[in-house]
Design a protein around this ligand. Structure first.
Ligand code: ATP
Length: 309
């Protein structure tokens, strides 16, 4: 008799950079009201799922040892949430191949959670719609719906209420990965403290930035990039100031702290410039390592799914 060994379902999901991240005051529930414009980038993680006797998570790649493999991992939470929603046990082995820096402000954990929802939807042949997956994604974290959908989108609320944004052309980025990580809640706390002590400048509305995206003009987009969390990230890790300066000196159009940091993202005029800026930055000793990426790219999607006999 032929025994069928299922091969894994593999899903690739993007990282994100916030082109615009304006942070309002803290709400009664402790969260801050955000207006953000996300772009999905080609720097990605891959998540593979295969049926197993128990739920198990393993992590390989970029800084894997700092990622928990138990119920604290967002993929664990995603598997349990989806299994509960459809009334089955989460009996799967999940492997995460990390390309996205851990605690880097690029939504790595959220990406893996979105990838897990898509992978298990395929593995268990659930046929859940994107809308149904989006509802589950929003329960897992504010960035999860975006990395599920990808592209370019404006997010409000905690960032989870999404509307797609028209974006022409591909934009070219260099990402400077920092030596340590920054925990998102600590960065928000630091911003609250900076705002209590003084009034760090707040970025305005993203209308002009949306026009630049629609025109596909990187030179017009560059001066409009803005992040209210940048002052807080730099206050916690002052060396980021040097990193940001070094990227612009190397020829980037603009540099910005990505989300809550500490990854710095540099927008470049074209892919050749991005490679040159990346090379210069990696030689300048201002970051741990450098990656070149482009965006927008699609959200979490299956890259292989076959059964072999
Ligand atoms: P965001 O940009 O969404 O604020 P981030 O990119 O700064 O997040 P993550 O890489 O998502 O940060 O990790 C934040 C913390 O979450 C890590 O320190 C880690 O302990 C925990 N974590 C849980 N699941 C994962 C996962 N699958 N990948 C990475 N970190 C995870």
């Amino acid at each position: 008799m032929l025994s069928v060994v299922p091969s894994p379902v593999v899903v690739r999901a993007p990282s994100k950079v916030n082109l615009h991240l304006s942070v309002g005051d803290q709400r009664a529930d402790g969260y801050h009201e955000l207006t953000t414009v996300f772009q999905a980038l080609s720097l990605s993680d891959e998540v593979s799922v295969v049926p197993a006797k128990a739920l198990r998570v393993s992590v390989r790649g970029e800084n894997a040892s700092s990622v928990p493999t138990d119920e604290r991992n967002l993929v664990w939470k995603a598997a349990v949430l989806l299994a509960d929603a459809v009334g089955r046990e989460p009996l799967v082995d999940i492997t995460i191949d990390k390309g996205i820096p851990v605690a880097g402000g690029m939504a790595g954990g959220s990406t893996d959670a979105a990838a897990t929802l898509v992978a298990l939807n395929a593995l268990w042949e659930l046929d859940l719609s994107r809308e149904e997956l989006t509802d589950l994604a929003a329960q897992l974290g504010s960035d999860v719906p975006f990395v599920l959908h990808g592209g370019t989108a404006v997010g409000t609320g905690r960032g989870e209420k999404l509307l797609p944004v028209l974006s022409r052309n591909t934009f070219h980025w260099v990402l400077a990965l920092a030596k340590g990580g920054l925990q998102t809640p600590a960065v928000f706390r630091e911003l609250d403290e900076l705002r209590e002590k003084g009034s760090p400048p707040r970025i305005g509305e993203p209308e002009e930035l949306m026009h630049a995206l629609a025109s596909g003009d990187a030179t017009a987009l560059a001066p409009l990039l803005g992040n209210d969390l940048q002052a807080a990230a730099v206050s916690l890790l002052p060396q980021l100031r040097r990193t940001l300066r070094a990227g612009v000196t190397a020829g980037a159009l603009a540099g910005i702290v990505s989300g809550s940091g500490p990854t710095c993202a540099f927008l470049c005029a074209d892919s050749d410039t991005a490679v040159a800026v990346g090379a210069e930055l990696s030689g300048a000793g201002v970051c741990r390592t450098v990656r070149v990426a482009s965006g927008p790219v699609p959200g979490a999607r299956v890259v292989t799914s076959e059964s072999i006999g």
